[in-house]
Design a protein around this ligand. Structure first.
Ligand code: G4P
Length: 282
């Protein structure tokens, strides 16, 4: 997805989120399971004040399974309802229904006390570009849903997807921008391809990702390319170039080509399941 770094776009997106936020009881925030804190914008805490909140660790299929559980625990300790999910296949969706019901229990109870029964919980999805918001909505809503509102001839308004008798979902997700407060956050987002490649040159970026893998996932690296992982990052990239036939005319390694190939392997999860950050101690 191509997105632009114009403050104007961000301001507009934030304003739209604020408007949509008024219509919902529940915010389903998506973040990337491979970098759960780096991939979120803390503004959501302010925007979603007084709302029920769920945080989903999306693309969990590409993240380290052990760390998925640590991150779920971390967010739960932070007072959010959290669950790992794979929106592409829909794995984990049943559990999400339960998590959502859990998150909304307070509101349902409040309604019941005021004599309101069976009013559906209204929810919206939010997250940074490319985190999987549309994929999640399609997968979560599935085929069984019915769209309401915005029918031809009917007043233009928000479209709600009726998921079941207790939950309605706004069909347009809220877009948040990542907040790059330090170089580590920038590195993680660049590594995942969540921000444009211009932020870090592919070669430099791939060397840093190789450094990270050498430290944390050297077995996966060795297994994927059949290379000796106990070398300097630049040597590793050279070996990847040779193994993968990324060579210049004279037979020299083409580092740039190898860097792009490696980053593509990394981002698509072909090297294996990895998570770039660990939950802070709480
Ligand atoms: P957005 O609305 O938040 O901008 O994100 P979108 O749904 O467009 O998803 C961005 C990319 O992430 C898509 O891949 C999508 O398939 C992929 N994706 C979303 N959720 C998951 C998940 O849980 N696991 C994995 N492995 N991938 C996920 P794409 O390459 O841009 O498109 P395509 O290959 O699906 O056509």
């Amino acid at each position: 997805m191509d997105y632009q770094w114009y403050p104007g776009h961000m301001t507009k997106a934030k304003r739209m989120m604020q408007e949509d936020m008024k219509l919902v009881d529940l915010v389903i925030e998506l973040t990337d399971a491979r970098a759960p804190l780096s991939g979120r914008n803390p503004d959501i805490d302010e925007l979603g004040r007084n709302k029920s909140r769920v945080i989903l660790l999306n693309k969990a299929d590409m993240a380290d399974e052990t760390l998925n559980r640590c991150w779920e625990d971390y967010f739960q300790r932070m007072g959010l309802h959290a669950a790992a999910v794979n929106s592409r296949t829909g794995a984990g969706m049943k559990r999400i229904q339960a998590v959502i019901q859990d998150a909304c229990r307070e509101k349902v109870e409040r309604d019941r006390k005021r004599g309101i029964q069976n009013r559906p919980v209204r929810a919206m999805v939010a997250g940074i570009p490319n985190v999987g918001k549309s994929t999640f909505i399609n997968s979560f809503a599935g085929k069984a849903c019915t769209k309401t509102g915005n029918k031809p001839g009917v007043t233009r308004g928000k479209q709600w997807i009726r998921l079941n008798k207790s939950v309605e979902l706004l069909d347009t997700p809220g877009i948040l921008w990542p907040k790059i407060e330090d170089a580590q956050v920038g590195f993680r987002l660049a590594a995942l391809g969540s921000i444009r490649d211009e932020v870090l040159q592919p070669e430099e970026l791939s060397l840093r990702v190789l450094g990270f893998m050498k430290e944390n996932y050297s077995e996966l690296l060795g297994a994927r390319y059949q290379i000796d992982t106990a070398q300097e990052e630049a040597m590793l990239l050279g070996d990847i170039a040779r193994v993968r036939g990324c060579l210049k005319k004279g037979g020299e390694p083409d580092y740039e080509k190898a860097a792009l190939l490696f980053l593509d392997d990394f981002r698509s999860g072909r090297i294996g399941r990895m998570t770039l950050e660990q939950p802070p101690a709480v």
